[in-house]
Every structure is written in structure tokens, then in C-alpha cells.
Design a protein around this ligand. Structure first.
Ligand code: UT7
Length: 323
């Protein structure tokens, strides 16, 4: 079996907050130019009061199903990557199942911070290849605004809220024409757990922990580990840099994204960038970028798409897909 990306969808909360607004609104000692020059971020979306990860995720899921032309009866499993679940349990995936009116199949959440969507794609691919599910919704959804220390200018300006989803449809390999998820390459190294972590319980519906990050330390790991994961994925499929159609990277910092483009010998026009408008939406950033680039016609059928991410854990990884 092969897992085809049959549909993509994204959802952003209505309210967009610019750097200037944020500085004025939260009274932070920061400037638009510092944020834009160091990160490429110009604004981010912030969820409305009471809007949770399952609310955002359900909307993104419906958009992905609509693009796939799939009804909810096709959904056998829902995987949600999130660091801001509605609550410890029920899983946000099952909350979303309820919101979509689905009463069969199964769902669970997966915690790998900003790498969550890449991890979830790897798990969903395995479920499909082993025949445990045929239609799988993979959702990244985050309400980071609820787990930020709004007095810490070193972290709070970097993140935003949003959700993205893909609907994967299993098809027999002989009918896939080489399309679908090719492979996922997942990594973790717990020795670096403290350089990016949440210092307490977290949830999109009220929690006690906030994000703590030694940004410069994380930065040092990012490009080397991401480039190695992408090269590992390409080599596993007998492919090289010249085969890449699009890079859809995790959107944490434009400087990291540009450095990855250079490492992979890709011009910036072949890299999907949303960090300027979305900031870092953690597990939601890749599926949000995918939704944008499939809807505006940049990503076309047959294109080889590379997805990569690094985040708290440290966790990192890369997935290759032929659209
Ligand atoms: O998604 C998970 C993965 N996360 C990442 O990939 C993040 C990786 N790290 C980064 O993107 C960058 O390290 C940051 C954007 C977080 C920070 O950029 P930096 O160039 O590493 O800056 P820095 O943390 O070394 O701080 C430089 C200066 C400091 O002032 P002093 O000590 O030089 O006087 C900070 O206090 O900038 C100051 N600063 C700020 N100034 C204005 C830190 N945050 C701000 C701010 N506004 N928001």
C-alpha cells in the first residue's frame, strides 16, 4: 500500500497581530525591526478566547477532506500532533473525531513538539502500509498563545496559533504511479531536552507551563541536523538534491529556512515560506504551508516535496512525498 496525500487544509484564527501591535499590546521591550531581521516574522494569528486546538484542528481537517473529495466515512484514523492539547484526555484527536461526527475508527495524539507533524506522517504511513487503516487524517494544531510567557520577549514574539491537516488515502502500490509518502526519517536526542521545553503542564484550554528556549543553542543544532535528515531521506530513495521539487520546511526562522535552501541547492522560489505571516505554529506549520502551496498551484501532481522539522526533545526528522 502507498499513502497518497489526497487533500490538504489549513485554518488560522481570525485575529492577526503584527509585531508593532504585539509590542504595544503586551508592553514588551521589542521592535518590529528586531523581530523581522532576526526571524522574518511580521505577524501571527492568535486564537480567540475559548478557541482550542480541537476547534482549529477540526476546521483544518474538514478543509483537507473537502480538497480530497472524501466524506467523513472514509476516515479510519485521526492522528493529532500537538503540544497544546485541549486537555490531558480525551485526546484532541478524539475531540476532533466527535466534532466531525465520526463514530468509528480510532484516534490519538502524538507529542514531538515542532517535529510532531513529521512524526505523525511517519506513523500514519506505517498504519496504511500495514493495512491497519486506509483513510487517515493527520493534523497539526496548536494554540501556543496559551503556553507563552508574555513577559519573555525572547520567546513570545516567535510563535503563533493555527492548524493544518492532510488526508492520506491508501492505494495499492501498483496503482499509485510512484506517488504518495516515500519515507520518513525520525530522530530524537533527549540529552538536549532542556534547551527547548515547557516548564509545567500545558494545554490549549488552560495549563500551568510556558515555553522556555535557549534560542541560540537550538539554532546551532537546526541546520546541521535538518540537512542530515533530508540527505538521509533522499539517499534512502535513491534521490538527490536535483530531484527536489519543493522544500516545505518547519517555519521557525527565515534564516534557518534560507540556510536549508542553500544546503539543498534550492533557490528560495522552490521553498514554501509562511513564517512571515504565521510565525512559528509548531506542529501546524508544515501542514499550513502545504495547504497554501497546493491551493495556490505551486505544488503540482508529480512534484517531489521534502518536509523537515526540528523541535523540543530535541526531535527532528524529514519526510519525502511525491504529490
Ligand atoms: O521551532 C522550534 C525550533 N526553534 C528554533 O528553531 C529557534 C531557533 N533560534 C532562533 O531562531 C534564534 O536564536 C532567535 C530568533 C530565537 C533569537 O535570535 P538570536 O540572534 O539567536 O538572538 P539572541 O537570543 O542571541 O539575543 C540577542 C539579543 C539579546 O540582547 P543582548 O544580550 O545581546 O543585549 C537579547 O536579549 O537580542 C535580545 N532580544 C530581543 N531584543 C528585542 C531577544 N529577544 C528580543 C526581542 N526584541 N524580541
Amino acid at each position: 500500500m502507498r499513502a497518497l496525500i489526497a487533500g490538504t487544509g489549513g485554518y488560522l484564527p481570525a485575529r492577526s497581530v503584527s509585531n508593532d501591535e504585539l509590542a504595544a499590546w503586551k508592553g514588551l521591550d521589542t521592535t518590529d525591526s528586531w523581530i523581522a531581521e532576526r526571524t522574518g516574522i511580521r505577524c501571527r494569528h492568535i486564537a480567540a478566547e475559548g478557541e482550542t486546538a480541537s476547534d482549529l484542528g477540526a476546521r483544518a481537517a474538514l478543509a483537507a477532506l473537502a480538497q480530497a473529495g472524501a466524506g467523513v466515512e472514509e476516515v479510519d484514523a485521526i492522528l493529532v500532533a500537538t503540544s497544546t492539547p485541549d486537555s490531558a484526555f480525551p485526546a484532541t484527536a478524539v475531540r476532533i473525531q466527535g466534532k466531525l461526527g465520526i463514530t468509528r475508527g480510532f484516534g490519538f495524539d502524538l507529542a514531538a513538539a515542532c517535529t510532531g507533524f513529521v512524526y505523525a506522517l511517519g506513523v500514519a504511513d506505517a498504519l496504511i502500509r500495514t493495512g491497519q487503516a486506509r483513510g487517515v487524517l493527520v493534523i497539526g494544531t496548536e494554540v501556543y498563545s496559551r503556553i507563552l510567557d508574555w513577559t519573555d520577549r525572547g520567546t513570545c514574539v516567535l510563535f503563533g496559533d493555527g492548524a493544518g491537516a492532510v488526508f492520506l488515502r491508501g492505494v495499492a502500490a501498483e496503482h499509485a504511479g510512484g506517488r504518495g509518502l516515500l519515507s520518513s526519517h525520525l530522530h530524537a536526542d533527549g540529552r538536549f531536552g532542556d534547551i527547548l521545553h515547557v516548564d509545567g503542564g500545558a494545554g490549549s484550554n488552560g495549563g500551568t507551563g510556558v515555553v522556555r528556549m535557549a534560542g541560540r543553542e537550538v539554532f546551532k543544532h537546526a541546520v546541521t541536523k535538518l540537512a542530515a535528515a533530508v540527505d538521509e531521506a533522499l539517499a534512502a530513495n535513491g534521490l538527490g538534491h536535483a530531484d527536489i521539487g519543493w522544500l516545505v520546511p518547519h517555519q521557525a526562522n527565515l534564516r534557518i529556512i534560507e540556510a536549508m535552501g542553500k544546503k539543498l541547492h534550492l533557490p528560495l522560489e522552490r521553498v514554501v515560506v509562511t513564517v512571515d505571516r504565521h510565525a512559528n505554529t509548531s506542529a501546524a506549520s508544515i501542514p499550513l504551508a502545504l495547504a497554501e502551496a497546493t491551493r495556490d498551484g505551486r505544488i503540482q501532481r508529480g512534484d517531489l516535496v521534502v518536509m523537515e522539522a526540528i523541535g523540543g526533545g530535541l526531535t527532528w526528522g524529514a519526510t519525502l512525498a511525491r504529490f
